[in-house]
Design a protein around this ligand. Sequence first.
Ligand code: HSE
Length: 309
Amino acid sequence: MKHIKVFAPGTVANLGCGFDVMGLTLDGVGDLLEVGVEPDAEGLSIRNDSGVDLPESLDDNVITPAVRAMLEAYGRPVRVEIRLLEKIVPGSGIGSSAASSAAAVYGINELLGRPFSGKRLVEFAMQGEALLGGTAHADNVGPALLGGVVLIRGYEPFDIVRLPVPDNFFYAVAHPAIVVSTKMAREVLPREIPLSSAVKQWGNVGGLVAGFALRDVALIGRSMHDAVVEPYRKGFIPDYDVLKASALDEGALALNIAGSGPSVFALASDYAVACRIADRMKAHFAERGIACDTYAGRVSNAGARVVES
Ligand code: HSE
């Protein structure tokens, strides 16, 4: 059996206004997997050597539906062995499940001689997301596989657009010790929205895409508003409006909820500013008796990749 080591990065989904259709790639944080395949054999095994607690049953692991979808499309028997070596903590809001599924399907595709395109890999990897939230969304697995910023223009038929990110574009992420499941965060959302909210939202999504395409950091910052989801989810995050105001005060271009939360993310055009925002976020939660992990780094154009073959 041939093995390779594959890395897939952490990601931030939604980017404020782009619920389920936009996401970006983080540098410096991600999952490392060892992936092995043996053609003309059967079976899937997943071993967790990451030290992070994960479900033990194969059927409860997000990698399983992703790999099964891929092998079904491949149509020939393949035995797959996966060993998780480093893992983003689940529930951190920076695409932990997506990084695992993305690394797994990327590695298998490499070992099989690349029968599938990046777009098809995203379609397989997103099956893992359905296990957690009941919906197969691609706003984390898309950037985890392709890198940069992605827009899912449509799900049926699936149409994904990759946008490169500007240089000198940085993130601060805070992961407070609060439990908000993706399922719970989706259940609070309305099924219908007023036309006035939709008008604001599509203006901002257009502005965000134009901002990335034109490398206009200020346009990106002022487009990252969410008239649809944030009002319903911000109640999960203590004094969210205070937190947002303090990050903006520190120089953030924008702050919003990272994916379904409870993590929040801010963007900045300077690394030192991103670090200061991360400190302010940590202090915000500490003042409310909530422990918090923070990350700061560069937004990345690099998605899943082989790091050792
Ligand atoms: N787009 C998803 C949500 C991301 O906001 O529910 C969470 O995985």
